[in-house]
Ligand binder design. Structure first.
Ligand SMILES: N[C@@H](CCC(=O)N[C@@H](CS)C(=O)NCC(=O)O)C(=O)O
Length: 253
């Protein structure tokens, strides 16, 4: 059974949604990113960038030793290849999907993450709120632009990569459905085609189940001290700070 190293966030949901869509059995291995699990040597050996999600497949496509994969885009592409689902086999169809998968990984995910950081999390970190203004404007602006890119594509296509539901939709939906929450719910008025797709994909039973996977993890209310430690851990990562964990992972490999 595939192990999913996971915490319930948009990047984690991409993988549980795909596993649900493919009907594959999986076992959730919690990675409490607020508690520092991403720096444990056993996790860093699977995911050297100290980010979840990651998977371990004990029965990999092509045989051989258990296969470990980090980066949600690579994981979805692998699961699509393994099951022969949600990624066309023909070259034009395959790259019609993969260009949107890479688009999400390089654009929508990082820009929304940064917009959320400057607009929401930053309030508890920056001493002067003015420090946040340019970052908020830059990244919320990018999210608005990217919403327009999806809206235009979805005005002439049922799904992001054309007429068929694919891993391009599964990888984009967990971020896209949060756009209203991030910017303002009125933003959907500007992007009716995107809203149509968000609702349509959201109604798929596998999408619902994937998003609910491990929903109870991280529900515990943190004390002020714990919240402060969590912010320091998540938002103040320099090479110096993570080097020791990485070296320990290499030593104990
Ligand atoms: N490009 C990566 C991004 C993964 C990512 O940013 N994961 C976050 C949670 S959504 C994480 O593990 N954060 C831990 C940390 O910042 O130390 C992917 O799509 O897999």
């Amino acid at each position: 059974m595939i192990d999913v190293h996971y915490w319930p966030t948009p990047n984690g949901w991409k993988v549980t949604i795909m596993l649900e869509e493919c009907g594959l059995d999986y076992n959730i291995v919690p990675v409490d990113i607020g508690g520092g699990d991403q720096f444990k040597p056993e996790f860093l050996r699977i995911s050297p960038n100290n980010r979840m999600p990651a998977i371990v497949d004990p029965e990999p496509l092509g045989g051989g030793d258990p296969l470990t994969i980090f980066e949600s885009g690579a994981i979805l592409e692998y699961l699509a290849e393994k099951t022969g689902q949600f990624l066309p086999a023909d070259i034009p169809g395959k790259y019609r999907v993969l260009q949107w998968v890479h688009w999400q990984m390089a654009n929508l995910g990082p820009m929304m993450g940064n917009a959320n950081h400057f607009k929401n999390y930053g309030k508890n970190i920056a001493d002067d709120p003015k420090q946040l203004e340019y970052g908020t404007q830059r990244f919320v602006g990018e999210v608005d632009r990217l919403s327009g890119v999806m809206d235009a594509q979805l005005s002439v296509n049922e799904y992001l990569a054309g007429s068929e539901y694919s891993i391009a939709d599964m990888i984009s939906w967990p971020w896209a459905f949060l756009i209203g929450r991030l910017i303002d719910e009125s933003v959907w008025d500007d992007f009716p085609n995107l809203k149509r797709w968000v609702d349509q994909v959201g109604e798929r039973p596998a999408v619902y189940k994937g998003r609910k996977a491990g929903a109870d993890l991280g529900k515990r209310e943190l004390t002020e001290e714990e919240e402060k430690a969590r912010r320091e851990l998540l938002f103040n990562q320099t090479n110096d700070k993570v080097r020791a964990a990485r070296e320990e992972a290499a030593r104990s490999a």
